[in-house]
Design a protein around this ligand. Structure first.
Ligand code: FES
Ligand SMILES: [Fe+2]
Length: 397
């Protein structure tokens, strides 16, 4: 292992520049261009009522997300074409958004349709940027890149589209870079420590502190991570269908023993360099009306919890009582935010158990290089046959 002090300054600078590539997100940077080729979940559908508008930040840029009276969601830049004030502070009329400053009005395609204080008929040349949105399973996704968006394929998971499942959406905003979240998803060892710390909840009990054997494989959708632990004489195999560029797709134990396991997709959306929106979509099989109602209540209780609101308590080791969602979230919060807003990767010391993280970085650099040179970037596609995400098998050891 090389001592960082002994690395020549020029190589350290080169290394720092290479790591910076991973954390940039402005539109003119390689990572900014790469990220803008994907659909991003930007809000929970129910939080954007018809006739309302809200500000959204994505990769450091400002947008106004509004839902027209028709129920259709729209995304436009949050800068009015006139004097550049925020558009989300205005109001929705039909499916159009009117600026509160001087009343200019825009439709969902970004076309100006009215300028009340100017000569009638002089608005036609005026447009603002508008972006496609797509609603899926209670989440609003947006495409803010150039040209036509890719088909809405990669975020889809068969389980979420099955009849007879209950879907639960939630979100938190944490003060650190999105890559820390994405790398954490490809680090199955942390489950054996971070989720045993402070308090052991349903997740820590089910997955256990056994150190897993790890395997990683690039797939059509991202990276398949397989973590095998020995539990009660059986091999417990946990697989994730980690989905490019930052989606974790896994299963979690139920809230209480004997509850069905939960299939969970988590997106680590880059808001800006130091803030990440963690959006979760969870599917649980519907069973009895009583059990469904209990789950409904549980997720409603979790809805307003954001670990960042409890920052000081969490860093002082005071964890929430909840056995699952709030606890695992709080434990991840402490280790991710604990790395700093943007982790200093040049100073870290990776081991062989970090090879999922190394694989992710290699893929990101490869794809950025492909974009830079005009070579063919990978076309990512959802897996037709999602692997079994969790199983017990007779131990082979
Ligand atoms: S700034 Fe929007 S109408 Fe003037
Ligand atoms: Fe975790």
């Amino acid at each position: 292992m090389e001592d960082t002090e002994s690395i020549p300054a020029s190589r350290r600078e080169q290394q720092a520049a290479r790591f910076r590539q991973l954390t940039d997100m402005a539109p003119d940077t390689p990572m900014g261009q790469l990220l803008r080729q994907f659909w991003h979940p930007i809000a929970i559908s129910r939080n954007v009522a018809p006739g309302t508008a809200r500000a959204v930040t994505l990769m450091g840029e400002q947008y106004a997300l509004y839902r027209g009276q028709s129920g259709q969601a729209h995304l436009v830049t949050n800068r009015c074409a006139h004097r550049r004030t925020h558009l989300h502070t205005g109001w929705v009329e039909g499916d159009q958004l009117r600026c509160m400053y001087h009343g200019w009005k825009f439709d969902g395609s970004g076309q100006c349709v009215e300028r009340p204080a100017e000569r009638p008929g002089t608005h036609a040349q005026i447009r603002i940027a508008a972006h496609p949105v797509h609603e899926y399973c209670g989440l609003i996704f947006a495409y803010v890149g150039p040209g036509e968006p890719p088909p809405f394929d990669l975020p889809r998971k068969p389980r979420f589209e099955q009849a007879g499942v209950l879907l639960f959406q939630r979100q938190e905003i944490w003060p650190c870079h999105w890559l820390q979240h994405a790398e954490n998803s490809l680090d199955a060892v942390h489950v054996s420590f971070a989720h045993q710390m402070g308090k052991v909840g349903a997740f820590g009990h089910a997955i256990t502190s056994d150190i897993p054997e790890l395997a990683y494989e690039e797939t059509s959708s991202g990276i398949r991570q397989t973590a095998t632990r020995q539990v009660d004489g059986k091999s417990q195999v946990r697989v994730s269908d980690w989905t490019f560029p930052y989606g974790n797709h896994v299963v979690l134990p139920g809230v209480s023993a004997n509850d069905p396991w939960i299939e969970s997709a988590n997106w680590m959306v880059p808001l800006d360099a130091t803030h990440t929106l963690r959006v979760s979509l969870r599917a649980v099989p519907s069973t009895t009306p009583e059990a469904d109602e209990k789950l409904q209540r549980y997720f409603e209780d979790c809805e307003t919890y954001d670990s960042s609101d409890h920052h000081d308590a969490l860093f002082a080791g005071r964890y929430p009582d909840d056995p699952l969602v709030r606890l695992t979230s709080a434990q991840d919060y402490v280790v991710l935010v604990g790395q700093g807003a943007v982790a200093d990767r040049a100073a870290e010391c990776l081991g062989s158990s970090d090879r999922g993280i190394s694989m992710l970085r290699r893929i990101l650099w490869r794809e950025m290089e492909a974009l830079r040179t005009g070579a063919a970037a990978k076309t990512w596609a959802r897996q037709e046959q999602v692997p079994t995400l969790f199983q017990y098998a007779e131990s082979t050891t």
